[in-house]
Design a protein. Structure first.
Length: 151
């Protein structure tokens, strides 16, 4: 039995699109002179989702990377004054990572970078095509089709 993507064309298209998104974001980061890598950008966005400063181990788990990778990212962001290491108030052996004012400012700029990159990629699509793509992406991200909407 042959599957609809037996030749792997869809998978290859998704991988190419992912690489294109990454390239465009990297280019826009460089153009704006933020001094942040895509990996650092991801760490900043992840930090913003925590209600209180997380431990590096928490960040590593959330980012699905080894703790050493988080240490390297935090070192770079700390050198740029975007994050700081703070002691845990209840356990002096634990260090937590928090965003600084510069980190919050960078996050706002990064949001603009992501929107610009998305606009560049979506520019050739009509509103109707964007709506269909949105539904298809929801299905792929969630693993099931959205209720009440056909694609």
């Amino acid at each position: 039995m042959t599957t609809p993507d037996s030749g792997g064309q869809l998978a290859e298209q998704l991988l190419r699109l992912t690489r294109r998104v990454h390239r465009i974001q990297k280019h826009q980061l460089h153009q704006r002179g933020l001094g942040v890598t895509p990996a650092q950008s991801r760490l900043l966005r992840t930090l913003a989702h925590y209600d209180s400063p997380p431990r590096m181990a928490d960040l590593a788990e959330r980012l699905e990377v080894v703790p050493r990778a988080v240490t390297t990212l935090v070192d770079g962001l700390e050198a740029s004054s975007m994050v700081r290491r703070v002691p845990d108030p209840t356990n002096r052996r634990v260090i937590r990572i928090e965003l600084t004012d510069d980190g919050h400012k960078a996050l706002r700029e990064l949001h603009g970078v992501r929107r610009s990159a998305a606009e560049e990629i979506l520019a050739p699509l009509t509103d109707e095509q964007r709506a269909v793509l949105g539904g298809l992406l929801d299905t792929l991200v969630d693993g099931m089709p959205p209720r009440g909407r056909s694609c």
